[in-house]
Every structure is written in structure tokens, then in C-alpha cells.
Design a binder for this molecule. Structure first.
Ligand code: SF4
Length: 347
């Protein structure tokens, strides 16, 4: 539970629910999982949520409702961006709808804040936000009336202060999750491509189900504006490399490509960080004749990375990646920061 955070794209984290289970390769070095199994393993919000497997903490799949933290945003009077469930997943399959109802009730009751809900389970998020009638199911408010009663009618957008996002790390996860995100009614839909582990072409994603899932007009044609409404689209893209023990390198062209796609589409782009690695040699740019090809040496410190994500001296767009640490690698992309936010486009 933190009123401050080092995460560059938010101001605070709020963890009414902790615990999770691994979804895909993007979860392998999950920071929340490591923390829950080490420094916080005896904290009531984390105790028993992980077990050691292969010498490392792994989520057990148990999730926990931290009622003691539920009302914290109500007590934060200064408006801020709040990352919701940074140490779990609000839409994890073990989280009952009633817990989600209470989290949404608090968010609806805090218009002074902006809540950033990020999930790797956007299919459940879409289902919840298109079918759930929380007005019928909200439990009596915790604390005897502190929260009041919050009808949450899914036929209208969730409150505008709730941003809805999904995490991806490669093309496969983008193809799988973005259609569900687009099918979710929200004032702001965002994508977090972190850790970015492969190239992603957003234009290649079939938005397929977007219209049918929440359009009442019945035209059924994704991307068709016959109904007069704008087609659902992404409002913000965050890109970041992996940090921490075991971090994997991010090819510079993966980040550049997403930046360029966002710029071309007029979508705000946020470059969070490189992670632990930086490119110290771009074979095509720095040595097209292959006269000075460096040796990779210690694989923990240096390794080749090609555009497809393969590691080893083969493939296209070879870059020599060197592990220099998150702080040294920084967050400049081709010489500048990218801190664009939805509605605040700075170039
Ligand atoms: S979904 Fe998020 S919190 Fe859950 S294991 Fe993956 S990275 Fe960690």
C-alpha cells in the first residue's frame, strides 16, 4: 500500500486485492510475486500467497481481500493517479465479483482521483463491465455506511475517472487481449507493453469482437461507424523493458516501432524505461560491413538479440545488449523522454 511509487506513469498504488497466478511469459519475473515471497512474506496481505518452487517464490493462486486498505483513496485528499491492484490482478479468476464491486464503488466515490485498472485478464474485465449490475449486488459498505450506496450501471460508461488497461508483452498477447480491451466500455483504454519481449504490430490486431460486445446498434461490423459512434480505440500506450533479477532485454526496435505506430495514429505514448539492458552495438547501424563484431562473452552481462526476439548471433537487426542496470539504462528513447498521457499530447 503506497501513497507514493517509483512507477513513472502513476502517483500511488492501491492494493485492496493481493495475490495472483502466472498467466504467460510476461509474468515470469513478476515483481509483485517476488516481493510477496521475500520481503513481505510475513505481512498479512501476502503471507501464504506464494510458495518456493525452483528456488524462487511462485504465486499459489490464492488471492486476498485487504479490507483494511479499501477506503484509503477516500482518505487521500490530494488528487492523484492511482494504479489499482499493482500487486495482483483485480480480475483474477479467484476474485469474487463482490470484491470487484467494492473496489469499483470506492473508485466511483473518489472523482478527485484517476484510477488506472490494469489486468492480464481483460476477458473477465469486459464481461464484468458489460454484464455486471453492481447496483443489485453490492455488499453493505464496510465501516457501516462510510461508502454509501453506489449503483453501477454497466449500460453507461464506468465513471470517467476510471481508466481501463491490459498488459501485453508480444504479438500473441496483443492479439489475444486487445480485442477484449476494446470491447470494454471505458472513457480511457490503455495498453501496457511491459515487459516488452517481442515485436508488436498494433495494426495487425483484429479488433473482431469490439462492436458486438457492447454496441447496442446491432450493425455488428467492427470498425464501422454507421451507428454514429466512434469505433473503440486505444487512448494510451506504455512501453517498458524488464527490470530486476533475471530481467530480459528489450530490442530497441520493438520500442521504436510502438512509438512510431502511436505517433502515426495520434495516440499518446509513454516510454517507461529500458530495464536492465541497453543496446551497445547495432550491427546494421554501427558495423554494416561486420568488421568489428564484438564478442558476447559472459551471457549474463552481454548477449545478442535479434528483431524476432532470438538470442544468439543470428537473425535480423542484431543488437548487442549489455546489462548495465535500470538506473544507468534510463528512459530516453532516441535521445528524449516520452511522457505523454491521455488528453495531454505533447508532440
Ligand atoms: S498477472 Fe500481473 S500480478 Fe499476476 S503474475 Fe502476471 S505480472 Fe504478476
Amino acid at each position: 500500500m503506497a501513497d507514493t511509487t517509483h512507477i513513472e506513469w502513476t502517483d500511488a498504488t492501491w492494493n485492496p486485492i493481493t495475490g495472483c497466478s502466472i498467466v504467460d511469459a510476461g509474468c515470469t519475473n513478476c515483481y509483485a510475486m517476488q516481493l510477496a515471497g521475500t520481503r513481505l512474506r510475513n505481512h498479512p496481505s501476502r503471507a501464504g500467497l506464494t510458495r518456493v518452487s525452483g528456488g524462487r517464490p511462485k504465486w499459489t493462486g490464492e488471492v486476498r481481500f485487504n479490507e483494511q486498505w479499501l477506503d484509503q483513496p477516500l482518505r487521500w485528499t490530494r488528487p492523484r493517479m492511482i494504479f489499482v491492484c499493482a500487486h495482483g490482478d483485480l480480475f483474477h479468476e479467484a476474485v469474487p465479483d463482490e470484491w470487484i464491486d467494492q473496489v469499483f464503488a470506492i473508485m466511483a466515490d473518489c472523482p478527485q482521483h484517476t484510477f488506472q485498472v490494469l489486468t492480464k485478464r481483460p476477458e473477465r474485465m469486459a464481461s464484468y463491465l458489460t454484464t455486471r449490475r453492481a447496483g443489485k449486488s453490492l455488499q453493505p459498505p464496510i465501516g457501516g455506511g462510510l461508502l454509501g450506496y453506489h449503483p453501477f450501471n454497466s449500460e453507461i460508461l464506468p465513471p470517467r475517472n476510471i481508466w481501463i488497461g491490459t498488459s501485453i508483452s508480444d504479438q500473441a498477447s496483443a492479439d489475444l487481449r486487445i480485442p477484449h480491451l476494446l470491447a470494454t466500455p471505458a472513457a480511457v483504454r490503455f495498453l501496457s507493453a511491459e515487459p516488452l519481449l517481442g515485436p508488436v504490430d498494433l495494426r495487425a490486431v483484429d479488433p473482431g469482437i469490439a462492436c458486438g460486445a457492447w454496441c447496442k446498434g446491432g450493425c455488428g461490423v467492427s470498425g464501422d461507424n454507421e451507428c454514429g459512434r466512434e469505433s473503440p480505440s486505444l487512448d494510451w500506450v506504455i512501453v517498458g523493458g524488464e527490470s530486476g533479477p533475471g530481467a530480459r532485454p528489450m530490442h530497441p526496435d520493438w520500442a521504436r516501432s510502438l512509438r512510431d505506430q502511436c505517433v502515426a495514429a495520434g495516440v499518446p505514448f509513454f516510454f517507461k524505461q529500458w530495464g536492465e539492458w541497453e543496446s551497445v552495438y547495432d550491427r546494421d547501424r554501427d558495423d554494416p560491413d561486420w568488421r568489428n563484431v564484438p564478442k558476447a562473452g559472459d551471457r549474463y552481462r552481454k548477449r545478442w538479440l535479434n528483431l524476432a526476439g532470438g538470442q544468439g548471433f543470428h537473425g535480423d537487426k542484431l543488437n548487442m545488449m549489455k546489462r548495465i542496470g535500470k538506473r544507468a539504462a534510463g528512459r530516453l528513447l532516441d535521445g528524449r523522454t516520452w511522457d505523454q498521457m491521455p488528453g495531454v499530447r505533447d508532440g
